[in-house]
Design a protein around this ligand. Structure first.
Ligand code: MG
Length: 367
C-alpha cells in the first residue's frame, strides 16, 4: 500500500456561544479535515484545529503545510513506515496540529487496512472513558447553572473550570460550584497562563479549601521563575498544557518539576509522539490527562481512541465533549455522552464516518 495524496479541507462550524478563556476566545470552529489517500482506496481522516493563540497556526497555514511540505514528503510511502515520514518531517518546526492530524490520518489508514480499531492497535486497555466537562469563563452563577444542568442530562462527575481572568471571579466560581455540586464531584481549574505568580499563590488556599484536584497552566508557560514559585507553593499538582506541546517540552517541564501532571493532546502530538510522551511519563511516575484542543467530533474520536488505549491515559476523565459547543458537526452519527462516559465506536481505524453533505456545506474552499 502506498500514500497517493494528502488532502486538506478547511471548514468552519459556528459555536452555540463564543468560547472564552483567559487570553483569547473563539466564536467558530475553524478546522481543517485531513485526508490521506492510498492506492488501494483506503482513506484515513483526522482534524487539525487552527489555534493561533497556542501554536501560531491558521487554516491557511495548515493547508499550506500539507500541500507544500507534508504531501511531497509522504506521497509514495508505505503508510506503515511512520518512522520514515517522522524523520523526513523532523526539519519542520511548529505546525503542531498539521503534523498531528497527518499522523492520526495515517493511523486511521492502518487501522482500516488491518480491519482493527486504533484503540486496539495502540493498546486496547478499555472501551470507554469518563468525560470531563469544561466550564468556559462566564459569570460564576452561569457556570453553576450549566454544571447542574449537564450533570443531570449527561451524568458528568468531573468539571474543569476555566479561570485566570480575574481572581475574585475565579474564587466565587469554584466556591459556588463546590457548594452546588457537593463533595463527590471532581473539580479542577485551568488558568490558561492567565494568573501572575502572585495571583496563583493568593488563590491556592481557596483551591485547597474547595478540593481542586489539578491546577492547569496557572502562569505563563515560559516564565520559569514564576512557575518555580507556584510549583513550590502548591500542594495541588500542576497540570502542564501550553508548556508541553511536544516531547522535549514534556521532559523539560517534568525534570524542572514545574508540572507534576501532563495534558496529552493528540491534536498537537498525533498518536506516534503521544505514545512516546506516555512512555516518558510512565517511566518517571508522572500522571496524564487527555486534553481537548477544542476538538470537534472528528478530533474527539481520535482523543478517545488514544485515551482508551492505555491504563495511564484512561484513569482520569478525558476532555471529550467540546463538540457540544458546536452548532453542528461532520459525523454521520453524532457522539453522545451517556452516564458521563463516551464509548469507542469499535469500527476499524479511528471510526470517523463523514457526512459528505455536511462537509460540502461547511467547507470554505469551494464556491
Ligand atoms: Mg489547558
Amino acid at each position: 500500500m502506498k500514500i497517493t495524496a494528502i488532502e486538506a479541507i478547511p471548514f468552519n462550524i459556528p459555536l452555540t456561544t463564543p468560547t472564552v478563556f483567559a487570553h483569547a476566545g473563539i466564536d467558530s470552529a475553524e478546522h481543517v479535515l485531513i485526508r490521506v489517500h492510498t492506492d488501494d482506496g483506503v482513506v484515513g481522516q483526522a482534524e487539525a484545529p487552527a489555534r493561533p493563540f497556542t501554536y501560531g497556526e491558521s487554516q491557511e497555514s495548515i493547508v499550506k503545510a500539507i500541500n507544500a511540505w507534508f504531501a511531497p514528503a509522504m506521497v509514495g510511502l508505505d503508510p506503515l513506515r511512520r518512522e520514515v515520514y517522522r524523520d523526513r518531517m523532523s526539519w519542520l518546526v511548529h505546525n503542531h496540529t498539521a503534523r498531528g492530524a497527518v499522523d492520526m490520518a495515517v493511523w486511521d489508514v492502518i487501522g482500516q487496512a488491518l480491519g482493527q480499531p486504533c484503540h486496539l492497535l495502540l493498546g486496547g486497555y478499555t472501551e470507554s472513558m469518563a468525560v470531563a466537562h469544561i466550564l468556559f469563563a462566564r459569570s460564576p452563577e452561569g457556570m453553576v447553572e450549566e454544571a447542574l444542568e449537564l450533570r443531570e442530562r449527561c451524568g458528568f462527575n468531573t468539571f474543569k473550570v476555566k479561570v485566570g481572568k480575574d481572581v475574585g471571579t475565579d474564587i466565587r466560581a469554584v466556591r459556588g460550584l463546590r457548594a452546588a455540586l457537593g463533595a463527590d464531584v471532581e473539580l479542577y481549574v485551568d488558568a490558561n497562563k492567565g494568573w501572575s505568580a502572585d495571583d496563583a499563590i493568593r488563590v491556592l488556599p481557596v483551591m485547597r479549601e474547595v478540593g481542586v484536584t489539578m491546577l492547569e497552566e496557572p502562569t505563563p508557560a515560559f516564565e520559569p521563575l514564576a512557575r518555580r514559585r507556584v510549583a513550590a507553593a502548591s500542594e495541588i499538582p500542576i497540570l502542564g498544557d501550553e508548556s508541553v506541546t511536544r516531547l522535549g517540552e514534556v521532559a523539560r517541564e517534568i525534570l524542572d518539576n514545574h508540572s507534576q501532571l501532563i495534558s496529552i493532546k493528540v491534536a498537537r502530538t498525533g498518536f506516534t509522539e503521544s505514545e512516546r510522551i506516555v512512555g516518558l511519563c510512565e517511566g518517571l511516575g508522572v500522571g496524564m490527562a487527555m486534553g481537548s484542543q477544542m476538538d470537534g467530533m472528528v478530533g474527539t474520536l481520535a482523543t478517545l481512541a488514544f485515551g482508551a488505549a492505555f491504563r495511564s491515559t484512561s484513569l482520569r476523565a478525558g476532555e471529550l465533549d467540546y463538540f457540544m459547543q458546536l452548532t453542528d458537526d461532520l459525523l454521520t452519527e453524532p457522539l453522545v455522552v451517556t452516564d458521563g462516559q463516551l464509548r469507542v465506536p469499535g469500527k476499524p481505524g479511528i471510526g470517523i464516518e463523514i457526512d459528505e453533505a455536511k462537509l460540502a456545506h461547511y467547507r470554505i474552499d469551494t464556491d
